[in-house]
Design a protein around this ligand. Structure first.
Ligand SMILES: *[C@@H]1O[C@H](CO)[C@@H](O)[C@H](O)[C@H]1NC(C)=O
Ligand SMILES: *[C@@H]1O[C@H](CO)[C@@H](O)[C@H](O)[C@H]1NC(C)=O
Ligand SMILES: *[C@@H]1O[C@H](CO)[C@@H](O)[C@H](O)[C@H]1NC(C)=O
Ligand SMILES: *[C@@H]1O[C@H](CO)[C@@H](O)[C@H](O)[C@H]1NC(C)=O
Length: 193
């Protein structure tokens, strides 16, 4: 009887050990994983010229939706809340609007807070230069007044196949409601090339 009891005790201890190991493996501690080394880093700029009724020739983005009573040539009050703009801008390697473009960011942004400047971005960099041919797709919240905003890099094609990582965005220039320039510092933790 004493031997049998000893065995049961041993089995219990073994079961405790095994279940502790299994539980530790299965719970949500994967955030403890070390971030992999960045695979690729690129810094690009893009330039957004918003249509204001007089700059049709140069405009690269346009308001396509506005709250009831507002119009599509002037961003609304209330921190532009409810405006949606679609853009097809030039991407450059430096901060000069007139530098040779290496691609186009194509997508949209909408202003999503009434009490502060905040937007949500969804766009794809369509790159076509000697360095890169392919696309990178981004999306995420853009709290505009914060100096550096991280948005997600959710995928890529071509030379940027399977791109995943983050992009730190900062507003590099801002001229009224007609022009802004964003600097995009892209850090890819994953990509195939
Ligand atoms: C368009 O851009 C050119 C070159 O920067 C500038 O000279 C011209 O005044 C702009 N036109 C409009 C309508 O903004
Ligand atoms: C939008 O509002 C501005 C300023 O009130 C006005 O000049 C412009 O004509 C309006 N545009 C349209 C399409 O209603
Ligand atoms: C990419 O650039 C090349 C060379 O300038 C051009 O022939 C080609 O049409 C461009 N492709 C796209 C998708 O814009
Ligand atoms: C881009 O971001 C990375 C990661 O945060 C940083 O190490 C690097 O210095 C930044 N590059 C530039 C040019 O700002």
């Amino acid at each position: 009887m004493a031997i049998w009891n000893g065995r049961v005790l041993n089995l219990c201890i073994l079961w405790l050990l095994v279940s502790t190991v299994l539980l530790n493996d299965a719970d949500c501690h994967s955030w403890k994983k070390k971030l992999p080394k960045p695979r690729k880093n690129l810094v690009l700029y893009f330039h957004d010229i918003i249509y204001n009724g007089q700059n049709a020739e140069n405009a690269t983005s346009t308001i396509v939706a506005a709250p009831e009573g507002a119009n599509l040539t002037i961003l609304t009050g209330n921190n532009h809340f409810g405006n949606i703009a679609v853009f097809d801008d030039p991407i450059t390697l430096d901060n000069n609007l007139h530098s040779p473009p290496v691609g186009r960011p194509q997508g949209f942004y909408f202003y999503d807070m009434k009490n502060t400047f905040s937007s949500w971005l969804g766009f794809t960099f369509v790159l076509n230069s000697t360095d890169y041919k392919g696309t990178i797709t981004f999306n995420g919240a853009d709290p505009i007044l914060v100096k550096y905003r991280d948005i997600s890099v959710v995928g890529g094609t071509g030379d940027l196949l399977m791109a995943r990582g983050i992009a730190a965005i900062n507003t590099d220039a801002y001229e009224g409601d007609v022009y802004f320039r964003l600097r995009v510092n892209i850090t890819l933790y994953e990509c195939y090339y």
